[in-house]
Design a binder for this molecule. Structure first.
Ligand code: PEP
Ligand code: MG
Length: 573
């Protein structure tokens, strides 16, 4: 039997056929239209152009405000091209002449333009075909009845094999048909990884032999054992059958018991949920959980490739709060930047330049106050419907929190003037996930109601590891534990709670270390909830506190890892 080893990003075991996923490949529905369909087709076209125009205006303003004029000009050119009268007339004429449906006609017209540009001798014009491709993709996306028409179409349940997956690829693929994922590139803490775990899709990365896998008609993906089985015989299939069935039947079963609210020796403990989609929250039974410790609001934008307006946001936040029945919900304001912003803007030209690498979090929002204000208004208005808290991502300086609070106060006065209801005492928290903010914790604590540690980014800042590609877990590094200890001490001194909402909290060994040094509140994804709850109920805080000194004085990752592992297997299994 042929096997290939990889790195587990999301657990589970499945078997099935392969679907080779190629990014950016357009699937254009082609059919002839009847005369009576002409007007409605044209109407769809006008709507698609208008939506594309609005999005590009948004992108142009973002780029103009924060980046440079050269890039803004490129987007401006796209903006003009998307509403070009000559192109619109050409599409209309083609529809009349050849009875092609609007998507097909648009695709053909754009194709002709591309060919024309490629024929020119000028390098400048040749390079502009990238822009045309972007425009084409965007308009066809809006032309589609189905959101995923621009994605290669999966027709039957399959294991997706790809070079890499972005969060937006994952969002736009039909995840009900996605049995599993195999990629060449992809990190444990990447947002695509976080999404795969949220959807409970087994995922293995770091596979170089992608093309070899594609040549098999059916494979087994055993993410739990980080293995792909290729030439499977009936015997092998039979031996896997019960594990595959077991995984399938538990896949939709998020949690069946109430999550633990104390440790084995009775120490109170909070286990909250990390979420990013309204549907994910709707699938939860509020009677079984303690609340949402991190709602990643930017996922709403990735879902639709643009920033929803205030009213759409208000509806989404309200739905989450109503479902949670007065349990606390922490809305983290948009954390754009890096892969999330790129996924949303979905512009090849920007992806190539890596220009957004260092830009994200609350710093980005303060540079683009219109986006922040609309979001805060939406959250405040929704706060009339449930227990709302607000959290700021990637805080670097105390000043960012002070400025955000000023904006919040101004919005509250505005809402009062407008006679719109909101909760007065909304708690405000800061995410601790950059190295610079670690130097300002005491001062910062004076301005916020809680700290929440984002270990995914903290590892990036402290250790310089790339979360989009990193395959090893950095959770056990002494610098991470010492930084968390510093945050706990600052929180205790100021009397404000400290929570951990990064992926580290769902790692069974790391959770013991976090509890040992004093963490009593965590937030984890739905797929980790049951296992983490079980573990917390088995931890004896008294016993694990003997690990504190050795964790905090350790010189290397391995020492910490082996101690935590030993403790886990001796005390919890
Ligand atoms: C983190 O950085 O640990 C975190 C929770 O936020 P995100 O993964 O969305 O950056
Ligand atoms: Mg983060």
């Amino acid at each position: 039997m042929k096997t290939i080893k990889g790195v587990k990003i999301s657990s589970g075991v499945v078997s099935g056929p392969i679907f080779y996923f190629e990014r950016g490949k357009l699937t254009v529905p082609k059919h002839f239209i009847r005369e009576e369909d002409f007007d409605s087709e044209l109407e769809r076209f006008n709507t698609a152009i208008r939506k594309s125009k609005n999005e590009l205006t948004q992108v142009r303003d973002l780029v103009h405000n924060h980046l440079d004029e050269d890039h803004a000009r490129i987007i401006e050119a796209q903006l003009l091209a998307v509403q070009d009268e000559e192109m619109i007339t050409a599409v209309r004429e083609l529809m009349v002449r050849e009875r092609k449906n609007v998507t097909w006609a648009y695709f053909d017209v754009m194709d002709d333009y591309e060919k024309l540009l490629l024929k020119t001798l000028s390098q400048f014009f040749k390079e502009r075909t990238v822009d045309l491709k972007d425009i084409k993709k965007r308009v066809i996306y809006h032309l589609s009845h189905e959101k995923d028409v621009i994605q290669p179409e999966i027709l039957k349940p399959s294991i997706i094999v790809a070079e890499k997956m972005s969060p937006s690829d994952l969002m736009h693929i039909d995840h009900k048909l996605t049995l599993g994922i195999i990629t060449r590139y992809g990190g444990v803490d990447s947002h695509a990884g976080i999404l795969a775990r949220a959807f409970r899709v087994p995922y293995i990365s770091n596979i170089n032999r992608i093309q070899e896998i594609v040549s098999y008609s059916e494979i087994i993906l055993d993410a739990d054992n980080e293995t792909i089985l290729l030439d499977i015989t009936d015997d092998i299939k039979a031996s896997y059958e019960s594990r595959i069935q077991d995984f399938r039947s538990h896949r939709d079963n998020i949690i069946s018991d109430k999550v633990a609210n104390s440790t084995k020796d009775g120490v109170p403990y909070h286990i909250f949920l990390n979420a990013g989609f309204v549907d994910e929250v709707k699938a939860m039974d509020p009677a079984l959980i303690q609340g949402i410790g991190l709602f990643r609001t930017e996922f709403l934008c990735i879902e639709r490739n643009s920033i929803p307006d205030e009213s759409d946001q208000f509806q989404a936040y309200k739905a989450v709060l109503e479902k949670m029945n007065d349990l606390p919900v922490v809305f983290r304001v948009y954390d754009f930047g890096r892969d999330k912003l790129l996924a949303m803007l979905d512009l090849e030209i920007l992806q190539e330049d890596h220009i957004f690498d260092e830009w994200g979090g609350i710093g980005f929002l303060l540079d683009n106050p219109e986006i922040l204000k609309a979001q805060l208004r939406a959250i405040l208005r929704a706060s009339a419907y449930g227990n709302t808290q607000i959290m700021l991502p990637l805080v670097m300086f105390v000043e960012e929190v002070v400025r955000t609070k000023e904006i919040l106060e101004a919005i509250k006065s505005e809402l009062k003037r407008e006679g719109l209801a909101f909760a007065e005492n909304i708690e405000l928290g800061a995410m601790i996930e950059t190295s610079s903010v670690l130097e300002e914790l005491d001062e910062l604590a004076k301005h916020v109601d809680f700290f929440s540690i984002g270990t995914n980014d903290l590892a990036l800042y402290l250790l310089g590891s790339g979360r989009m590609t990193d395959l090893t877990k950095n959770y056990y590094h002494p610098k991470i534990f010492r930084a968390i200890d510093k945050v706990i001490k600052a929180g205790n001194k100021a009397g404000i709670p400290v929570d951990v909402c990064g992926e580290m909290a769902s790692d069974p060994y790391a959770l013991i270390g976090l509890t040992a040094i004093g963490i009593r509140s965590i937030s984890v994804s739905s797929s980790a909830l049951a296992a983490v709850s079980d573990e917390v109920s088995k931890i004896d805080v008294q016993q694990c506190s003997i690990l504190v000194d050795s964790i905090l004085s350790a010189d290397d990752t391995f020492t910490i890892y082996s101690q935590l592992k030993k403790f886990y297997h001796e005390q919890l299994e």
